[in-house]
Design a protein around this ligand. Structure first.
Ligand code: ADP
Ligand code: MG
Length: 220
């Protein structure tokens, strides 16, 4: 399993341009996350959390400033290199568990599909082993629709790390969950970090989810 990736962001500015309007989503963000660290960034709605994650995964390019993931400077990578980074080393958990899962496939099938899609290399670990390692083996063959929101989110985390990423980016992973679902999702993120050494960066606007938070995004 791959080791965690370091994240270094300096002076990151992101401006969305819409016709003749500009929206400054990130206004000079500096961030250093050590390899193998787990961090939650807190900020209210509209503070640029999703934009920051998109910048960390190379989905959007910085308008100014630099984003370094491990040895790679995102702004300098070709489209092909960016794709390779997103398919292999950096995984993103989109907001809303359902957006990360195939609805008519079981958890085991979802993880197996993600393993096949993510890495061209063969995975040493089977889907069943990966689910077991995250305490999700009891759900492996359950129809997805019978799982709670928290359980679906934990399966989505398993699928996200199926390719063995060095960096997991989670957008509001605990939103719309009850307290126990939230705790279970946070525990699964921490488990991923401990088990695989993956650097985990979660963003949230939820005060309850920030038991292990130590960074706050400045509001614009
Ligand atoms: P958060 O995830 O913290 O709610 P976002 O990163 O989604 O914040 O948004 C930050 C700012 O950028 C907001 O003002 C939002 O309206 C704006 N924004 C986000 N996505 C786009 C987009 N695709 N085009 C234009 N403006 C956007
Ligand atoms: Mg958002």
């Amino acid at each position: 399993m791959s080791a965690g990736l370091e994240v270094r962001v300096e002076g990151l500015v992101h401006i969305y341009r819409l016709f003749d309007t500009e929206v400054v989503a990130l206004r000079g963000v500096d961030l250093h996350i050590a390899a193998g660290e787990t961090v939650t960034l807190f900020g209210p709605s509209g503070s640029g959390k999703s934009t920051l994650l998109a910048a960390l995964s190379g989905l959007v390019r910085p308008s100014a400033g630099t984003v370094r993931i491990g040895d790679a400077e995102i702004g300098r990578l070709s489209e092909r290199e960016l794709l390779r980074l997103r398919f292999g080393r950096v995984a993103t958990l989109l907001q809303g568990a359902g957006r990360n899962l195939l609805p008519y496939a079981t958890p085991a099938q979802n993880v197996a599909f993600a393993q096949r899609g993510g890495g061209r290399r063969r995975r040493a670990e089977s889907a069943a082993d990966l689910l077991a390692g995250l305490d999700l083996d009891h759900l492996a063959d359950a129809p997805l629709g019978t799982l709670s929101g928290g359980e679906q989110q934990r399966v989505a985390i398993a699928a996200a790390v199926a390719g063995g990423p060095g960096l997991l980016l989670a957008d509001e992973p605990t939103s719309q969950l009850d307290a126990s679902g939230r705790d279970a999702v946070i525990a699964t993120l921490q488990r991923v970090n401990e088990r695989f050494g993956t650097t985990v960066v979660a963003v949230t606007h939820d005060h309850e989810a920030v038991s292990y938070t130590h960074l706050t995004l400045p509001t614009n």
